[in-house]
Design a protein around this ligand. Sequence first.
Ligand code: HEC
Ligand code: HEC
Ligand code: HEC
Ligand code: HEC
Ligand code: HEC
Length: 466
Amino acid sequence: MKKIFQIILILLIVYVCIYPKWFMKKIFQLDNIKLTKISETFDKKNQSFAFLIESDQIPMGISGIKASDCGKCHQKIYNEWKQTTHAQALEDIQFQAEISKADNPKWLCLNCHIPLKNQRKNIVIGLKNKNILNPLFKKNLNFDKELQQEAITCAVCHLVKTKNNKAAILGPRGSKLAPHPVVKDKVRLRGVCMRCHQPEGKSLTPNLLCWFHPKDEMILNKEKKQDCVSCHMPLVDRKISILSLEKKLSHSHHWVGSAIPKNFLGYNTLKNRGFKPSVSGSLRLKENIILLKIKNKNSGHHLPSGDPERYVALILSIKNKEGIITKYVSRIGQTWQWNPAKKIGDNRMIPFEERNFYINISQSDSFYSYEIWNVRLNAQNATYMKESKNLDESLIKGINHQVALLDSLYPLATLLYKEDNLNEKKKVYQISELIQISKQESKIDIKDRSYANLETFKKLIEIKND
Ligand code: HEC
Ligand code: HEC
Ligand code: HEC
Ligand code: HEC
Ligand code: HEC
């Protein structure tokens, strides 16, 4: 019996050796799978986000390419960067919840949130049949876990190759004082944002995750000479490194943006990071009419820009003589239908635009408060996200625990403007008060936050000027 088995086995091996192709086809059904290069699906020049940034070589004169390595000399810049959304682009709870969904091309999501080669444990070497949901991986022997956790770290924007293929630092001035080689190219450096913030081509998934074009929205901007860096990295006078001899005009590495931090503790540093509300508001009472204004004061692109779920919420609260409060609201943003994504509305504000709203009140009503919130997610989507189960913990340890505690950990909105007349006295809130109120939201259940539940309130009436 044993012998017969041995003979069959030997015959089988001989057969496989003679007809390996036939065997592979039959057993693995490889005949209808074609392995394609990433460059057959994505254009290397215009869709650079699909390709990793080479990071095996360390520039001469420094010990490593981690932010903590750069921070030994560039301490101030390092401390700024550490508090940013860029530094937290991997640990973001929403990001972690979304990349776990099977219909997302996880490797591509990671390409913009951790784009250096050595931030990746496994590297995509090709796609099966050009399908982005079906990549083939190779183990990365130079994987660096610490570098991975730094997400959009210094090297993402500053690490380049010289003409002789040597690692160097991309810089604006070409300082001779730097211990590391510098490739001087200010235009290229200021353009690094586009790789991720203005991707070309068609959206990656039918649900259009992460597909936005703030640069196109800037065409409407009156001050055409501005680029992303002009507003998001304002000039500061300081020593660029601890080895620098004198102060120079350099760039803040804070990227404040929407000022909705990735955790409630982020509010503690928001003011020092240079938060300025992007809008101004005002309220006027004229007999029995309340007039409200909102102006997109600082944003160079649409307000809001970026993620399609973001919106700005105007909330007016009126108190009647029985003390009952009625809320009137307006939502400024995009409206989408999902599966597949289809835009069905967009009332966002262009740069410097002003809008007016009104409502009629009765004699005995009193105006109570006018608030403008910048919102990242509504209650429905946040609750959906909170219910995520069994998230992969290989990137962020403890992420399942964090998702469950969403209400107290993850801010959904920041207050941009508030005025009230609680005791018949008008009060306009200062920046530090706006921040304090935003921080207090951690104590309120998501389902009870008014800016996240606008559908449940009455509508403000917009005054169309034409
Ligand atoms: C998202 C991209 C990005 C990241 C991340 C980034 N930088 Fe920069 N960095 C820039 C840009 C853009 C400039 C300014 C170019 C100019 O002069 O117009 C700059 C300028 C600099 C300068 C020159 C001085 C100055 O401020 O103008 C130094 C030094 C520097 N960065 C170091 C760092 C270090 C260290 C880190 C990490 C802790 C870092 N950068 C992270 C984009 C980035
Ligand atoms: C051992 C100290 C040291 C380390 C480590 C270091 N740098 Fe520098 N770097 C300098 C000095 C000094 C300068 C010149 C400063 C000046 O001109 O005032 C400089 C200049 C720069 C510039 C501006 C170049 C230009 O065009 O003038 C950039 C950008 C920069 N460094 C980025 C980095 C990044 C990113 C890292 C980490 C990968 C890093 N540096 C690590 C000391 C260091
Ligand atoms: C490697 C991709 C990448 C590059 C390059 C990049 N960003 Fe970002 N940026 C991101 C991601 C991802 C986020 C969002 C992270 C999150 O929300 O978790 C982000 C967030 C931001 C924000 C929002 C911050 C907030 O909290 O609202 C601003 C502003 C910003 N980036 C500006 C810039 C500018 C300016 C540049 C160029 C100097 C740049 N970015 C380069 C990927 C990138
Ligand atoms: C005229 C100044 C200005 C310019 C130019 C500008 N921004 Fe902004 N940006 C703002 C302000 C103010 C906000 C805060 C408004 C908000 O919360 O949406 C903002 C918000 C953002 C945000 C976070 C909020 C969101 O809506 O997603 C990102 C990301 C961002 N900008 C990226 C960019 C990029 C990329 C460019 C260049 C293509 C750019 N910005 C050019 C002023 C500017
Ligand atoms: C082309 C680069 C790019 C790709 C690919 C990409 N992202 Fe992003 N992602 C960004 C940028 C830039 C931001 C910041 C946008 C903003 O705040 O306006 C961001 C922000 C986010 C946020 C935070 C949104 C918010 O409102 O704060 C989540 C969640 C996210 N991405 C998930 C994903 C997922 C899931 C994928 C894969 C399907 C993905 N991303 C692929 C560039 C990218």
